[in-house]
Design a protein around this ligand. Structure first.
Ligand code: ZN
Length: 488
């Protein structure tokens, strides 16, 4: 498998730090508004990366943060007359609704800045102690000149950056390129105590502190939009490597922008691009399909025509699955295989083609092309069937159905009925049901942590409480499964 590594400026063979395991950190949203389509692209893409790596058998640890304290949040909270962290809590909840609609799975952890202040302070202290950061009036700055590798991700040269930089009015910094690790509190702003007085973290340090806490140094994949390459990710590298003395990240993956046909959408500009606004006009599986229909590194133009074209493509896949289900419902007939080995061989080679596409820097556009090929293959085969279905044809169709499901598990277009395992082609799963399922998954995760800490009483209480609500937990070698109690 090869991935395009931004820092190497080329595709490289993917080799995780630890065989069979992959750690991924993706920069998540700043929680002062609902997520927009620009936020949704990395969410959907990196969720697909996670799904594909799991398909390949990797044990994936997926971390995506929430920036729940920041200038924009403080500003918006003041406008609305609420506490900044209360505003963040509201938009974090809304994040789960919107991301869930797009079938983006909940990460293994969603760390928040406000809950990692001790880790952040410890890291800043370390940088002050080793001389790469300095303190001025309760602020702490990272001294860019002390880190020799500065610019290696973005390809910028610090000397040129300085020459080209606008005059920086902040006289407290030694150099205009230096950036804040810790900001002293302004009157009325939320703050935490620190060795440098009350204040709050700068933006960049949170992602270093949280990714290192959950994934360790030299972790596998760090993702985000291209707009984060500089300064955010460049600064993350500088402060992380200056603190640990080790390489920070093995592979940097960045997705391209969403461009917009402003002429068509000028009236509702701003609002329309919120995911929840778009979902009033289009089904969620179409938005996900659309986002994956272009390779992640290319820009993606969002307009009604492009969405309609994507909708026609998605309909072809749905129709083929429907034809397949209809054929499978035919009465059983005599053994006379219409679909010979060629059909089954074709299924195998389609699976290989799908993997080849995804192994080539997650080329989801090509992978979707392979799903179209599968649809064509199925349509042709189904047309040749008679009024009854022979046992071997039944077997061949089941294999095709299984392949649709396996590929859909990676791409995540259609949600899956948790009881029957069938694809929900028309988004039959409504939002409230989706929320209930995610809540149950979350409760199971909490119980697993309790068990890990040998807190058996608490773990049993969760199991019994769920049972009272009609949710049965089963411990299997593959992990905890749940089902609805059919007797209730
Ligand atoms: Zn980040």
């Amino acid at each position: 498998m090869e991935v395009y590594n931004t820092i190497a400026r080329r595709k490289q063979v993917f080799q995780p730090k630890e065989s069979g395991k992959v750690g991924i950190y993706v920069c998540g949203p700043t929680t002062y508004n609902y997520i927009h389509l620009g936020n949704a692209r990395p969410l959907v893409f990196f969720d697909t990366v996670r799904r594909y790596l799991e398909y390949k058998g990797y044990d994936v640890t997926y971390i995506q943060n929430f920036t729940d304290m920041d200038d924009k949040i403080i500003e918006r909270a003041a406008e609305e007359g609420v506490e900044p962290l209360a505003l963040s809590r509201k938009y974090i909840e809304e994040y789960y609704n919107d991301a869930g609609s797009l079938n983006v799975r909940v990460a293994n952890r969603h760390p928040k800045v406000s809950e990692h202040i001790p880790e952040i302070i410890a890291m800043v202290e370390q940088l002050v102690q080793n001389g790469t950061a300095y303190v001025v009036d309760g602020n702490v700055y990272f001294e860019v000149r002390k880190f020799a590798g500065y610019g290696k991700l973005s390809g910028r040269n610090p000397d040129e950056m300085k020459a080209g930089a606008r005059v920086d009015v902040d006289a407290r910094k030694k150099d205009p390129l230096d950036f804040a690790l810790w900001k002293s509190a302004k009157p009325g702003e939320p703050s935490w105590d620190s060795p440098w007085g009350p204040g709050r973290p700068g933006w960049h340090i949170e992602c270093s502190a949280m990714s290192l806490k959950y994934l360790g140094t030299n972790f596998d994949i760090h993702g985000g939009g291209f707009d984060l390459v500089f300064p955010h990710h460049e600064n993350e590298i500088a402060q992380s490597e200056a603190a640990t003395g080790e390489p920070f990240v093995r592979y940097w993956l960045h997705n391209g922008f969403i461009t917009v046909n402003e002429e068509k959408m000028s009236k509702s500009l701003g609002n329309f691009f919120l995911v929840r606004e778009i979902l009033r006009n289009y089904p969620p599986e179409l938005i996900r399909f659309f986002l994956l229909s272009t390779h992640y590194r290319s820009p993606l133009a969002f307009d009604d025509e492009k969405i309609s074209a994507a909708g026609r493509g998605l309909e072809r896949i749905k129709n083929s699955v429907r034809l397949l289900l209809e054929a499978l419902a035919k009465p059983a007939g005599e053994e006379s295989a219409v679909m010979d080995d060629i059909f089954c061989n074709n299924l195998d080679s389609l699976k290989d083609s799908f993997e080849a596409a995804m192994d080539d820097d997650f080329n989801t556009a090509l992978a979707i092309g392979v799903i179209f090929d599968l649809a064509r293959e199925v349509n042709t085969a189904v047309q040749r069937l008679g009024p009854t279905l022979s046992p071997s044809d039944h077997g061949a169709l089941l294999r095709a159905k299984e392949l649709f499901k396996v590929l859909n598990d990676v791409m995540g277009f259609f949600k899956v009925d948790s009881n029957t395992g069938e694809l929900l082609l028309d988004g039959e799963l409504d939002r409230s049901q989706g929320l209930a399922e995610r809540l149950i998954d979350l409760i199971i995760e909490i119980r697993q942590e309790a068990r890990k800490n040998k807190n058996w009483v608490f773990a049993d209480r969760i199991r019994d409480g769920l049972k009272e609500l009609g949710i049965i937990l089963e411990d299997t070698p593959q992990g905890v499964r749940w089902k609805k109690d059919s007797t209730i």
